[in-house]
Design a binder for this molecule. Sequence first.
Ligand code: ADP
Length: 405
Amino acid sequence: MSAEPRLMLVLNSGSSSLKFAVHDTEHPTPLLFGLAERLGGENAVITFREADRKKVLPLEAANHTAALDALLAELSHHGWLDRLAAVGHRVAHGGERFTHSTLITPDVIADIDACSALAPLHNPAAVLGIRMALARLPNIPHAAVFDTAFHQTLKPEAYLYALPMSLYREQRVRRYGFHGTSYRFVAREAVRLLGLDPADHGLVIAHLGNGASATAVQDGQSVDTSMGMTPLEGLVMGTRSGDVDPGALLHIMRMLGLSVDQLDALLNKQSGLLGLSELSNDCRELEAAAERGHAGAQFGLEVFVHRLARYVGGLAMSLRRLDAVVFTGGIGENSVRMRAMTVTRLRALGLTLDEATNAVTTGGQAGLISAVGSSARIAVVPTNEEWMIVCDTAELADRAVLESA
Ligand code: ADP
Protein backbone atom coordinates (compact mmCIF):
# COMPACT_ATOMS: atom_id res chain seq x y z
CA MET A 1 0.00 0.00 0.00
CA SER A 2 1.19 3.48 -0.84
CA ALA A 3 2.33 5.70 2.03
CA GLU A 4 1.50 8.82 0.06
CA PRO A 5 -0.87 11.21 1.84
CA ARG A 6 -4.53 11.32 0.89
CA LEU A 7 -5.71 14.00 -1.49
CA MET A 8 -8.61 16.36 -0.95
CA LEU A 9 -10.46 18.27 -3.64
CA VAL A 10 -11.88 21.70 -2.75
CA LEU A 11 -14.66 23.01 -4.98
CA ASN A 12 -16.23 26.45 -5.06
CA SER A 13 -19.05 26.47 -7.56
CA GLY A 14 -20.33 29.87 -8.74
CA SER A 15 -23.06 30.70 -11.23
CA SER A 16 -20.64 30.78 -14.18
CA SER A 17 -17.43 29.50 -12.62
CA LEU A 18 -15.90 26.56 -10.80
CA LYS A 19 -12.85 27.21 -8.62
CA PHE A 20 -10.88 24.24 -7.43
CA ALA A 21 -7.83 23.21 -5.45
CA VAL A 22 -6.24 19.83 -4.84
CA HIS A 23 -4.29 19.40 -1.60
CA ASP A 24 -2.64 16.56 0.16
CA THR A 25 -3.60 16.46 3.83
CA GLU A 26 -0.11 17.36 5.03
CA HIS A 27 0.66 20.61 3.20
CA PRO A 28 -1.21 23.92 3.19
CA THR A 29 0.07 24.69 -0.32
CA PRO A 30 -2.09 23.17 -3.09
CA LEU A 31 -0.67 20.66 -5.57
CA LEU A 32 -2.97 22.01 -8.26
CA PHE A 33 -5.50 24.80 -8.32
CA GLY A 34 -7.40 26.85 -10.83
CA LEU A 35 -10.63 28.07 -12.24
CA ALA A 36 -13.12 27.22 -14.97
CA GLU A 37 -14.81 30.43 -16.10
CA ARG A 38 -17.45 31.78 -18.48
CA LEU A 39 -19.42 28.53 -17.97
CA GLY A 40 -22.76 28.76 -19.71
CA GLY A 41 -21.38 31.46 -22.03
CA GLU A 42 -19.03 31.66 -24.97
CA ASN A 43 -15.32 30.92 -24.79
CA ALA A 44 -15.43 28.92 -21.58
CA VAL A 45 -11.94 27.93 -20.44
CA ILE A 46 -10.35 26.05 -17.60
CA THR A 47 -7.03 27.14 -16.15
CA PHE A 48 -4.82 24.73 -14.19
CA ARG A 49 -2.02 26.10 -12.08
CA GLU A 50 0.78 24.20 -10.41
CA ALA A 51 3.90 25.45 -8.67
CA ASP A 52 5.66 26.62 -11.83
CA ARG A 53 3.18 25.82 -14.57
CA LYS A 54 -0.04 27.23 -16.00
CA LYS A 55 -2.24 25.48 -18.55
CA VAL A 56 -5.36 26.92 -20.17
CA LEU A 57 -7.75 24.61 -22.05
CA PRO A 58 -10.92 25.50 -23.94
CA LEU A 59 -14.04 23.71 -22.67
CA GLU A 60 -16.17 22.29 -25.45
CA ALA A 61 -19.48 21.84 -23.67
CA ALA A 62 -19.45 24.92 -21.55
CA ASN A 63 -21.16 23.81 -18.38
CA HIS A 64 -20.13 22.90 -14.82
CA THR A 65 -20.09 19.17 -15.53
CA ALA A 66 -17.73 19.65 -18.48
CA ALA A 67 -15.46 21.67 -16.19
CA LEU A 68 -15.46 18.96 -13.50
CA ASP A 69 -14.78 16.28 -16.12
CA ALA A 70 -11.80 18.28 -17.41
CA LEU A 71 -10.53 18.59 -13.83
CA LEU A 72 -10.95 14.85 -13.15
CA ALA A 73 -9.12 14.07 -16.40
CA GLU A 74 -6.26 16.28 -15.21
CA LEU A 75 -6.19 14.47 -11.85
CA SER A 76 -6.17 11.13 -13.64
CA HIS A 77 -3.30 12.35 -15.85
CA HIS A 78 -1.28 13.02 -12.67
CA GLY A 79 -2.25 9.61 -11.25
CA TRP A 80 -4.10 11.37 -8.42
CA LEU A 81 -7.65 10.17 -8.94
CA ASP A 82 -7.16 7.00 -6.87
CA ARG A 83 -5.71 8.98 -3.98
CA LEU A 84 -8.68 11.34 -3.84
CA ALA A 85 -10.22 10.71 -0.41
CA ALA A 86 -12.89 13.41 -0.02
CA VAL A 87 -14.35 16.58 -1.51
CA GLY A 88 -14.90 19.82 0.41
CA HIS A 89 -17.47 22.23 -1.00
CA ARG A 90 -17.41 25.90 -0.17
CA VAL A 91 -20.96 27.14 0.44
CA ALA A 92 -21.75 30.83 0.80
CA HIS A 93 -24.81 30.77 3.04
CA GLY A 94 -25.64 28.32 5.80
CA GLY A 95 -28.36 30.47 7.36
CA GLU A 96 -29.04 29.61 11.02
CA ARG A 97 -29.09 25.90 10.20
CA PHE A 98 -25.33 25.40 9.82
CA THR A 99 -23.07 26.38 12.71
CA HIS A 100 -20.22 24.09 11.62
CA SER A 101 -18.93 22.30 8.55
CA THR A 102 -20.85 19.10 7.89
CA LEU A 103 -20.81 15.91 5.84
CA ILE A 104 -23.18 16.13 2.92
CA THR A 105 -26.35 14.02 3.00
CA PRO A 106 -29.60 14.45 1.04
CA ASP A 107 -31.03 16.38 4.03
CA VAL A 108 -28.02 18.71 4.08
CA ILE A 109 -28.44 19.44 0.36
CA ALA A 110 -32.13 20.23 0.92
CA ASP A 111 -31.19 22.59 3.78
CA ILE A 112 -28.54 24.36 1.69
CA ASP A 113 -31.15 24.76 -1.03
CA ALA A 114 -33.58 26.13 1.53
CA CYS A 115 -31.00 28.87 2.34
CA SER A 116 -31.14 29.97 -1.32
CA ALA A 117 -33.70 32.65 -0.48
CA LEU A 118 -30.94 34.32 1.58
CA ALA A 119 -28.27 33.94 -1.15
CA PRO A 120 -30.11 33.61 -4.46
CA LEU A 121 -26.97 33.93 -6.59
CA HIS A 122 -24.64 31.73 -4.58
CA ASN A 123 -26.48 28.83 -2.97
CA PRO A 124 -28.17 27.41 -6.10
CA ALA A 125 -24.72 27.31 -7.75
CA ALA A 126 -23.29 25.51 -4.72
CA VAL A 127 -26.11 22.96 -4.79
CA LEU A 128 -25.48 22.39 -8.49
CA GLY A 129 -21.78 21.84 -7.80
CA ILE A 130 -22.48 19.42 -4.95
CA ARG A 131 -24.97 17.33 -6.97
CA MET A 132 -22.62 17.18 -9.93
CA ALA A 133 -19.60 16.19 -7.83
CA LEU A 134 -21.63 13.54 -5.98
CA ALA A 135 -22.68 12.06 -9.32
CA ARG A 136 -19.06 11.88 -10.54
CA LEU A 137 -17.44 10.91 -7.21
CA PRO A 138 -20.12 8.92 -5.38
CA ASN A 139 -17.83 6.68 -3.31
CA ILE A 140 -15.97 9.26 -1.23
CA PRO A 141 -17.29 11.60 1.48
CA HIS A 142 -18.29 15.16 0.55
CA ALA A 143 -18.37 17.96 3.10
CA ALA A 144 -19.90 21.45 3.07
CA VAL A 145 -17.99 24.36 4.61
CA PHE A 146 -19.99 27.56 5.10
CA ASP A 147 -18.85 31.19 4.88
CA THR A 148 -21.45 32.10 7.51
CA ALA A 149 -20.98 29.28 10.08
CA PHE A 150 -18.22 30.92 12.14
CA HIS A 151 -20.47 33.92 12.87
CA GLN A 152 -23.32 31.88 14.32
CA THR A 153 -21.86 32.70 17.76
CA LEU A 154 -23.01 36.35 17.38
CA LYS A 155 -25.48 37.38 20.08
CA PRO A 156 -28.89 38.82 19.12
CA GLU A 157 -27.77 42.39 19.86
CA ALA A 158 -25.07 41.97 17.20
CA TYR A 159 -27.14 40.13 14.61
CA LEU A 160 -30.56 41.79 14.76
CA TYR A 161 -31.51 44.69 12.51
CA ALA A 162 -33.85 47.26 14.05
CA LEU A 163 -36.65 46.16 11.75
CA PRO A 164 -40.02 44.70 12.74
CA MET A 165 -39.25 41.41 14.53
CA SER A 166 -41.69 39.60 12.26
CA LEU A 167 -39.13 39.95 9.46
CA TYR A 168 -36.65 38.01 11.54
CA ARG A 169 -39.18 35.46 12.78
CA GLU A 170 -40.79 34.81 9.41
CA GLN A 171 -38.11 35.57 6.83
CA ARG A 172 -34.93 35.10 8.87
CA VAL A 173 -33.82 38.62 7.99
CA ARG A 174 -30.80 39.21 10.27
CA ARG A 175 -27.06 39.70 10.05
CA TYR A 176 -25.13 36.50 9.21
CA GLY A 177 -21.62 37.65 8.27
CA PHE A 178 -19.27 36.07 5.71
CA HIS A 179 -15.58 35.19 5.17
CA GLY A 180 -16.03 32.92 8.21
CA THR A 181 -13.66 30.23 6.98
CA SER A 182 -10.94 32.83 6.50
CA TYR A 183 -11.54 34.31 9.97
CA ARG A 184 -11.39 30.90 11.62
CA PHE A 185 -8.04 30.19 9.96
CA VAL A 186 -6.53 33.64 10.53
CA ALA A 187 -7.68 33.81 14.17
CA ARG A 188 -6.02 30.48 14.93
CA GLU A 189 -2.80 31.52 13.18
CA ALA A 190 -2.76 34.92 14.89
CA VAL A 191 -3.16 33.33 18.32
CA ARG A 192 -0.21 31.08 17.52
CA LEU A 193 1.95 33.85 16.00
CA LEU A 194 1.34 36.24 18.89
CA GLY A 195 1.54 33.62 21.64
CA LEU A 196 -1.96 34.45 22.91
CA ASP A 197 -4.07 32.24 25.16
CA PRO A 198 -6.54 30.34 22.91
CA ALA A 199 -9.19 30.69 25.64
CA ASP A 200 -8.59 34.36 26.47
CA HIS A 201 -7.93 36.80 23.65
CA GLY A 202 -9.51 39.63 21.68
CA LEU A 203 -8.75 40.30 18.00
CA VAL A 204 -10.13 42.53 15.30
CA ILE A 205 -9.37 40.92 11.93
CA ALA A 206 -9.73 42.82 8.66
CA HIS A 207 -10.12 40.56 5.61
CA LEU A 208 -9.49 42.94 2.72
CA GLY A 209 -9.79 41.49 -0.78
CA ASN A 210 -12.22 42.20 -3.61
CA GLY A 211 -14.83 41.49 -0.97
CA ALA A 212 -13.89 43.09 2.34
CA SER A 213 -15.10 42.70 5.90
CA ALA A 214 -13.86 42.92 9.47
CA THR A 215 -14.66 40.74 12.48
CA ALA A 216 -14.18 40.86 16.25
CA VAL A 217 -12.99 37.50 17.58
CA GLN A 218 -13.03 36.81 21.28
CA ASP A 219 -11.63 33.56 22.68
CA GLY A 220 -11.82 31.96 19.23
CA GLN A 221 -15.43 32.99 18.59
CA SER A 222 -16.88 35.64 16.32
CA VAL A 223 -18.69 38.27 18.41
CA ASP A 224 -19.35 40.92 15.74
CA THR A 225 -18.74 41.37 12.04
CA SER A 226 -19.24 44.03 9.38
CA MET A 227 -21.11 42.03 6.74
CA GLY A 228 -24.80 41.44 7.24
CA MET A 229 -27.58 39.35 5.79
CA THR A 230 -25.68 39.57 2.51
CA PRO A 231 -22.02 40.32 1.74
CA LEU A 232 -22.97 43.89 0.82
CA GLU A 233 -23.05 45.52 4.25
CA GLY A 234 -20.07 47.15 5.91
CA LEU A 235 -16.75 48.12 4.36
CA VAL A 236 -16.07 49.69 0.97
CA MET A 237 -15.15 46.84 -1.42
CA GLY A 238 -13.85 46.50 -4.99
CA THR A 239 -17.23 47.04 -6.65
CA ARG A 240 -19.64 46.79 -3.66
CA SER A 241 -20.81 49.86 -1.81
CA GLY A 242 -20.79 48.55 1.76
CA ASP A 243 -22.93 50.70 4.10
CA VAL A 244 -25.23 53.27 2.54
CA ASP A 245 -28.06 55.11 4.28
CA PRO A 246 -31.14 52.99 3.43
CA GLY A 247 -32.93 56.31 2.96
CA ALA A 248 -30.46 57.23 0.22
CA LEU A 249 -31.28 53.99 -1.56
CA LEU A 250 -35.00 54.76 -1.44
CA HIS A 251 -34.22 58.22 -2.78
CA ILE A 252 -32.06 56.84 -5.64
CA MET A 253 -34.73 54.33 -6.61
CA ARG A 254 -37.43 56.99 -6.67
CA MET A 255 -35.36 59.65 -8.44
CA LEU A 256 -33.88 57.40 -11.13
CA GLY A 257 -36.83 55.01 -11.39
CA LEU A 258 -34.50 52.04 -10.91
CA SER A 259 -35.80 48.48 -10.80
CA VAL A 260 -34.74 46.17 -7.98
CA ASP A 261 -32.31 44.42 -10.33
CA GLN A 262 -30.81 47.73 -11.46
CA LEU A 263 -30.28 48.81 -7.85
CA ASP A 264 -28.77 45.41 -7.12
CA ALA A 265 -26.27 45.85 -9.98
CA LEU A 266 -25.50 49.43 -8.93
CA LEU A 267 -24.69 48.40 -5.35
CA ASN A 268 -22.84 45.17 -6.14
CA LYS A 269 -21.05 45.87 -9.41
CA GLN A 270 -20.74 49.62 -10.00
CA SER A 271 -19.93 50.95 -6.54
CA GLY A 272 -17.09 50.59 -4.03
CA LEU A 273 -13.57 51.55 -5.14
CA LEU A 274 -14.68 51.36 -8.78
CA GLY A 275 -17.62 53.71 -8.29
CA LEU A 276 -15.65 56.20 -6.22
CA SER A 277 -12.52 56.29 -8.37
CA GLU A 278 -14.28 55.99 -11.74
CA LEU A 279 -11.15 54.09 -12.68
CA SER A 280 -10.76 50.59 -11.21
CA ASN A 281 -11.86 48.17 -8.50
CA ASP A 282 -8.26 47.05 -8.03
CA CYS A 283 -6.45 48.49 -5.03
CA ARG A 284 -2.99 48.06 -6.50
CA GLU A 285 -3.98 49.90 -9.67
CA LEU A 286 -5.55 52.68 -7.62
CA GLU A 287 -2.43 53.07 -5.50
CA ALA A 288 -0.36 53.48 -8.66
CA ALA A 289 -2.88 55.97 -10.08
CA ALA A 290 -2.97 57.93 -6.80
CA GLU A 291 0.85 58.16 -6.98
CA ARG A 292 0.43 59.78 -10.41
CA GLY A 293 -2.01 62.27 -8.91
CA HIS A 294 -5.34 60.73 -9.98
CA ALA A 295 -7.82 62.45 -7.64
CA GLY A 296 -10.55 59.79 -7.90
CA ALA A 297 -8.13 57.03 -7.00
CA GLN A 298 -6.87 59.04 -4.05
CA PHE A 299 -10.23 59.63 -2.45
CA GLY A 300 -11.48 56.15 -3.32
CA LEU A 301 -8.65 54.84 -1.14
CA GLU A 302 -9.33 57.44 1.54
CA VAL A 303 -13.02 56.52 1.82
CA PHE A 304 -12.01 52.86 2.02
CA VAL A 305 -9.57 53.57 4.85
CA HIS A 306 -11.92 55.92 6.73
CA ARG A 307 -14.67 53.30 6.75
CA LEU A 308 -12.25 50.54 7.70
CA ALA A 309 -10.79 52.45 10.64
CA ARG A 310 -14.29 53.30 11.84
CA TYR A 311 -15.21 49.61 11.76
CA VAL A 312 -12.03 48.43 13.46
CA GLY A 313 -12.63 50.90 16.29
CA GLY A 314 -16.32 49.97 16.55
CA LEU A 315 -15.71 46.23 16.46
CA ALA A 316 -13.15 46.51 19.25
CA MET A 317 -16.00 47.62 21.51
CA SER A 318 -17.50 44.12 21.26
CA LEU A 319 -14.36 42.68 22.86
CA ARG A 320 -13.37 42.44 26.51
CA ARG A 321 -9.92 43.61 25.54
CA LEU A 322 -8.13 44.32 22.25
CA ASP A 323 -4.95 42.24 21.98
CA ALA A 324 -4.32 42.69 18.27
CA VAL A 325 -5.53 44.08 14.97
CA VAL A 326 -4.82 41.58 12.18
CA PHE A 327 -4.70 42.30 8.44
CA THR A 328 -5.39 39.62 5.82
CA GLY A 329 -6.69 39.19 2.22
CA GLY A 330 -4.96 40.55 -0.91
CA ILE A 331 -4.97 44.16 0.31
CA GLY A 332 -4.35 43.36 3.98
CA GLU A 333 -1.45 41.04 3.19
CA ASN A 334 0.23 43.23 0.59
CA SER A 335 -0.62 46.89 0.80
CA VAL A 336 1.94 48.67 2.94
CA ARG A 337 0.23 51.96 2.16
CA MET A 338 -3.35 50.96 3.08
CA ARG A 339 -2.20 49.43 6.37
CA ALA A 340 -0.24 52.58 7.22
CA MET A 341 -3.18 54.84 6.32
CA THR A 342 -5.54 52.72 8.45
CA VAL A 343 -3.35 52.55 11.53
CA THR A 344 -2.73 56.31 11.38
CA ARG A 345 -6.49 56.76 11.73
CA LEU A 346 -6.54 54.43 14.75
CA ARG A 347 -4.29 56.65 16.86
CA ALA A 348 -7.13 57.46 19.26
CA LEU A 349 -6.97 53.79 20.29
CA GLY A 350 -3.22 54.13 20.91
CA LEU A 351 -2.24 51.89 18.00
CA THR A 352 1.10 52.67 16.34
CA LEU A 353 2.86 51.07 13.41
CA ASP A 354 6.49 50.10 12.94
CA GLU A 355 7.07 51.59 9.50
CA ALA A 356 10.11 49.40 8.78
CA THR A 357 8.45 46.03 9.49
CA ASN A 358 5.26 47.20 7.78
CA ALA A 359 7.27 47.98 4.64
CA VAL A 360 8.75 44.48 4.37
CA THR A 361 5.76 42.36 5.43
CA THR A 362 4.22 41.59 2.02
CA GLY A 363 3.86 38.79 -0.49
CA GLY A 364 2.34 36.15 1.76
CA GLN A 365 4.48 36.69 4.84
CA ALA A 366 3.11 36.71 8.37
CA GLY A 367 4.56 39.17 10.85
CA LEU A 368 4.20 41.74 13.56
CA ILE A 369 4.06 45.34 12.29
CA SER A 370 3.24 47.34 15.43
CA ALA A 371 5.70 49.66 17.12
CA VAL A 372 6.97 48.99 20.61
CA GLY A 373 4.54 50.85 22.87
CA SER A 374 1.49 50.34 20.65
CA SER A 375 -1.59 49.81 22.84
CA ALA A 376 -2.30 46.51 21.05
CA ARG A 377 -0.26 44.54 18.60
CA ILE A 378 -0.79 44.77 14.83
CA ALA A 379 -0.10 41.75 12.67
CA VAL A 380 -0.30 40.49 9.10
CA VAL A 381 -1.50 36.89 8.71
CA PRO A 382 -2.01 35.47 5.20
CA THR A 383 -5.31 33.66 4.88
CA ASN A 384 -5.75 30.17 3.44
CA GLU A 385 -9.44 29.33 3.18
CA GLU A 386 -8.83 26.29 0.99
CA TRP A 387 -6.57 24.77 3.61
CA MET A 388 -9.20 25.30 6.30
CA ILE A 389 -11.72 23.52 4.02
CA VAL A 390 -9.22 20.66 3.56
CA CYS A 391 -8.74 20.35 7.34
CA ASP A 392 -12.50 20.36 8.03
CA THR A 393 -13.17 17.86 5.25
CA ALA A 394 -10.41 15.49 6.40
CA GLU A 395 -11.66 15.65 9.98
CA LEU A 396 -15.27 14.97 8.99
CA ALA A 397 -14.22 12.12 6.70
CA ASP A 398 -12.12 10.54 9.50
CA ARG A 399 -14.96 10.86 11.99
CA ALA A 400 -17.35 9.20 9.53
CA VAL A 401 -14.95 6.25 9.19
CA LEU A 402 -14.64 5.94 13.01
CA GLU A 403 -18.40 6.12 13.50
CA SER A 404 -19.09 3.48 10.87
CA ALA A 405 -16.42 1.11 12.30
P1 ADP B 1 -10.48 37.99 -3.58
O1 ADP B 1 -11.39 38.64 -2.59
O2 ADP B 1 -11.02 37.97 -4.97
O3 ADP B 1 -9.90 36.66 -3.10
P2 ADP B 1 -7.81 39.00 -3.05
O4 ADP B 1 -7.83 38.61 -1.60
O5 ADP B 1 -6.86 38.29 -3.94
O6 ADP B 1 -9.25 38.98 -3.70
O7 ADP B 1 -7.48 40.57 -3.10
C1 ADP B 1 -7.48 41.28 -4.28
C2 ADP B 1 -7.11 42.73 -3.97
O8 ADP B 1 -5.80 42.76 -3.39
C3 ADP B 1 -7.09 43.61 -5.21
O9 ADP B 1 -7.72 44.85 -4.94
C4 ADP B 1 -5.58 43.81 -5.42
O10 ADP B 1 -5.28 45.03 -6.06
C5 ADP B 1 -5.10 43.84 -3.99
N1 ADP B 1 -3.65 43.65 -3.92
C6 ADP B 1 -2.93 42.55 -4.22
N2 ADP B 1 -1.60 42.82 -4.13
C7 ADP B 1 -1.48 44.12 -3.77
C8 ADP B 1 -0.39 45.00 -3.51
N3 ADP B 1 0.87 44.60 -3.60
N4 ADP B 1 -0.66 46.27 -3.17
C9 ADP B 1 -1.94 46.70 -3.06
N5 ADP B 1 -3.02 45.93 -3.29
C10 ADP B 1 -2.80 44.65 -3.64
